[in-house]
Design a binder for this molecule. Sequence first.
Ligand SMILES: NC(=O)c1ccc[n+]([C@@H]2O[C@H](COP(=O)([O-])OP(=O)(O)OC[C@H]3O[C@@H](n4cnc5c(N)ncnc54)[C@H](OP(=O)(O)O)[C@@H]3O)[C@@H](O)[C@H]2O)c1
Length: 192
Amino acid sequence: MTKTQYYVAASIDGYIADADGGLGWLLQFNGVEGVDAHYKAFLGGVGALAMGAATYEFLLAESREAWPYADLPTWVFTHRDLPAIAGGDIRFTTEDVGLVHEQMVRAAGGKHIWLVGGGHLVAQFAKRGLVNEILLSVVPVVLGSGAPLLPASIPGLLDLQGITRFGRGLVELRYEIPAGLDRPHATRAAET
Ligand SMILES: NC(=O)c1ccc[n+]([C@@H]2O[C@H](COP(=O)([O-])OP(=O)(O)OC[C@H]3O[C@@H](n4cnc5c(N)ncnc54)[C@H](OP(=O)(O)O)[C@@H]3O)[C@@H](O)[C@H]2O)c1
């Protein structure tokens, strides 16, 4: 069954990018023991992706290294005319997140949906009760400010499904968001 997963890395104080939008604090963990194989296994289970414009612009700035998600269908939420990155199967959209989610489930062909981020976009999916899991890599740094992990409120306890420890103090926490609560009314996401 297709699950919608927010697979993301954050500082221990809950930021996914620093105050300048930088990811140097995270990228220093590339190649750390266990990380690459774990990411590869995760990506193998993904059938469709979604991201917000700010996240896409980060990739755009790095795109000399080519589109990193092969031919996986990708929805980029934006109100602007952003250039496409060569090699990507990219659909720019302003459609309702619920309608896009239905398209993503179909496109994923039984595999999972990866909500790449950022937090402002994922909060909109969470508000609709459309996020099933959060796979959170906790990076042992304190940033103090930056882009928030998930500016939304999800009532109740998340269900901790697993803990994976990598080198240099990096830990992944895998949480399931239990179904059954009145999520659409109970969650409150920041508007973008
Ligand atoms: N650490 C990690 O694992 C990780 C993961 C992902 C991202 N990041 C970083 O996080 C930062 C961005 O996070 P963020 O939460 O600030 O931004 P974001 O969610 O990537 O992008 C927000 C922007 O997306 C567009 N948007 C959002 N919802 C929309 C909707 N429903 N319809 C149309 N457009 C919509 C709007 O841009 P416009 O209206 O201007 O088009 C909005 O300002 C970046 O620096 C990125 O590199 C880190």
